[in-house]
Design a protein around this ligand. Structure first.
Ligand SMILES: *[C@@H]1O[C@H](CO)[C@@H](O)[C@H](O)[C@H]1NC(C)=O
Length: 246
């Protein structure tokens, strides 16, 4: 009987011990907004444990579309799987619950929703972080491609943007005439956008400018086009880019 009691006590102690070490509940905390980066920059997708437990003995899995093909898998105190050496954890920071992913020299193809899944024993918690990669494209140029009825068709286009920029048209008085324009864009083989905005205007003396602006606070690229009537020659145009923003 003494042996039996001893065994029961041992089992109880064991269960209690295991229960105690597994009971350290945590959550994975990320930013409340998406992360914006420019092509070529290094970007950190910030994720940390709350409370700030030591994650060195945990499993940390970063993936986008498929949980079973992670971009990075850390387990058994080391990096087990890494698809691309541009990505890393701050391994010395795992101790303080920092499970952030760094992505070096960001590409457009890195864009997406990332999941950071942290597992400790039976506990699993995750956080999702959206990475947007911006490319400030080429300066737009305006062409007068055709006339449709009494109107002249002005097309303002530029290549290699991501995401789609804001396009603003103004006339000579600075009035915003963007609402009369239509915009379309298509992706090229690199995944970047060719953006084209069309404005139909009456053939009269006027100056139109087209501005493409990144939604993030970086430089703008304006482009200006002068249209003026000249006798019976009809409309002439000159494209006059200038390095000044509105
Ligand atoms: C994690 O550590 C890195 C490197 O020191 C730091 O830049 C980042 O802000 C930390 N992230 C969090 C969420 O604490």
């Amino acid at each position: 009987m003494i042996v039996h009691t001893g065994l029961s006590l041992f089992i109880l102690w064991f269960l209690h011990h295991v229960d105690f070490s597994w009971a350290e509940r945590f959550t994975v905390v990320g930013p409340s907004h998406s992360i914006v980066s420019y092509v070529g920059e290094d970007v950190i997708l910030p994720a940390s444990l709350s409370p700030a437990l030591d994650a060195e003995g945990f499993e940390v899995r970063w993936f986008t579309t498929n949980i079973y093909t992670p971009l990075l898998l850390y387990a058994d105190y080391k990096i087990i799987n890494l698809i691309d050496s541009r990505r890393a954890l701050f391994q010395e920071k795992l101790k303080s619950g920092n499970v952030s992913l760094i992505v070096q020299s960001v590409r457009v193809s890195d864009e997406g929703v990332y999941t950071c899944l942290v597992a400790s024993g039976p506990l699993e918690e995750d956080v999702k972080i959206t990475l947007n990669v911006e490319v400030l494209g080429a300066q737009p140029s305006i062409t007068m491609s055709s006339t449709e009825g009494q109107k002249t068709r002005l097309e303002c286009s530029a290549e290699k943007w991501n995401p789609q920029p804001e396009v603003t048209w103004r006339d000579m008085n600075g009035a915003d005439v963007t609402s009369q324009s239509t915009i379309k864009s298509e992706r090229d083989s690199e995944g970047l956008l060719r953006v084209s905005s069309v404005l139909l205007v009456k053939e009269e003396y006027n100056v139109f400018s087209c501005l493409m602006r990144s939604k993030a606070p970086k430089p703008d690229w304006p482009s200006e086009l002068n249209i003026y009537s000249e006798g019976s020659d009809g409309v002439k145009l000159s494209s006059l880019p200038f390095a000044q923003t509105f």
